[in-house]
Design a protein around this ligand. Structure first.
Ligand SMILES: [Zn+2]
Ligand SMILES: [Zn+2]
Length: 122
């Protein structure tokens, strides 16, 4: 009976770009584009996502691929604003980072998939 359930329901992590920012100044000093990335865990049944939890948000700058963690109290401001206040973000690109074996991008260790090329890191 057990095998019947395998693949029918499960837990997965997903990432998606929820917003793009143009002409924002990165920590490296260049005027760049940045993406607000939402990462969440969801429970699915028959490929239908039933509920999501553990939402995390990141900002990624295009110029130098720096990644910043967005604190929870800044998420809605970012979603509705047009600018990014770097002082309110926490840079994570230098800590707990991995290199994607497929494309060489620097990514957070907890990522299951490379956000740059989609490579499965598990
Ligand atoms: Zn930069
Ligand atoms: Zn990659």
């Amino acid at each position: 009976m057990m095998f019947f359930f395998i693949g029918i329901f499960g837990i997965q992590d997903k990432q998606r770009v929820v917003k793009e920012f143009n002409n924002v100044v990165c920590a490296c000093g260049s005027l760049s584009r940045a993406e607000l990335i939402e990462e969440y865990t969801y429970f699915h049944f028959f490929f239908l996502p039933l509920f999501k939890w553990n939402k995390r948000y990141f900002i990624r700058f295009r110029c130098c691929n720096r990644i910043f963690k967005v604190p929870e109290d800044y998420v809605s401001d970012l979603k509705h604003g047009f600018d990014i206040d770097i002082d309110r973000l926490e840079e994570i690109s230098k800590i707990n980072m991995n290199i994607c074996p497929n494309c060489g991008a620097t990514i957070e260790k907890s990522f299951l998939y490379c956000p740059y090329c989609g490579h499965n890191l598990k």
